[in-house]
Design a binder for this molecule. Structure first.
Ligand code: DC
Length: 237
């Protein structure tokens, strides 16, 4: 249900970046459902490449065989297909739905190694830019407002306290039947945030023109109310 007076909205690009597990994808998905935009979770793309590397024995003892992975990049086909049950697109790796598999702790623990490889990033950034050519898109990740769409009309940078993020991720994994301790989750989030902020290529940082959103004490409904105030001004025709 859209609330612009004449029900028509301009198509813009909404870039959402921020720390791990602060609800970026849920927020982006809710926005896209509300205003009829396409939602792309770019973290899922880095996770899918990581899953490929794991399945092909390219990650051993905390190290990626970078040259083998780079050589295999042309064989890694990533696509999204809308899943009406979830109200969002599932990710497909070489034709297989891997939406569930990429969320496990094994992929989460290795994804920072893969997402720091320049060739992986440039390939995925190109794909993401193609997905946004017609605008009308909400994309979440770590470098969307800084690298993928530096000219995005709306940029949000999200954060939340560590305690809140751990609790949210714990509940999410528990509901999916994954038995992971809060300590393990906290360690994974800390390690990924550090890797995201300190990698040489496209590190996580707030774009100068991004709006900061700390959602530690906000419900999803609070966040929607906040963003719709901004979006109505920017996009209602
Ligand atoms: O959003 P997520 O937690 O599912 O993302 C998984 C990892 O992918 C995250 O640890 C960092 C990386 N990532 C990235 O480097 N650039 C993006 N645009 C999105 C994710």
């Amino acid at each position: 249900m859209d609330y612009c007076k004449n029900n028509s909205r301009k198509k813009i690009i909404i870039a959402i970046d921020g720390y791990s597990a602060c609800g970026k994808s849920t927020f982006a998905k809710d926005i896209s459902a509300r205003i009829g935009y396409i939602f792309i979770d770019t973290g899922a793309m880095y996770r899918a490449v990581t899953l490929y590397a794991i399945n092909h024995g390219m990650i051993k003892n905390g190290k990626v065989d970078e040259q083998t992975l780079i050589a295999a990049l042309p064989d890694i086909k990533i696509a999204f297909k809308f899943n009406p049950d979830r109200g969002a697109s599932d990710i497909y790796l070489n034709g297989h739905n891997v939406e569930k598999e990429i969320r496990g702790i094994e992929v989460s623990d290795a994804v920072s190694l893969v997402s720091q490889i320049g060739e992986v990033r440039s390939g995925l950034v190109r794909l993401q830019q193609q997905m946004g050519v017609d605008k009308g898109i909400v994309m979440d990740g770590r470098d969307i407002g800084t690298v993928v769409f530096p000219n995005a009309e709306l940029k949000i940078f999200m954060t939340a306290s560590e305690e809140v993020r751990v609790e949210r991720r714990y509940k999410e994994l528990l509901s999916k039947g994954e038995n992971v301790s809060k300590k393990e989750i906290a360690e994974n989030l800390r390690a990924r945030d550090y890797a995201d902020e300190h990698r040489a290529i496209s590190p996580l940082r707030k774009a100068d023109d991004a709006i900061l959103l700390d959602n530690s004490d906000m419900t999803p409904a609070d966040q929607m109310k906040w963003i719709m105030g901004i979006l109505d001004k920017l996009t209602c025709m």
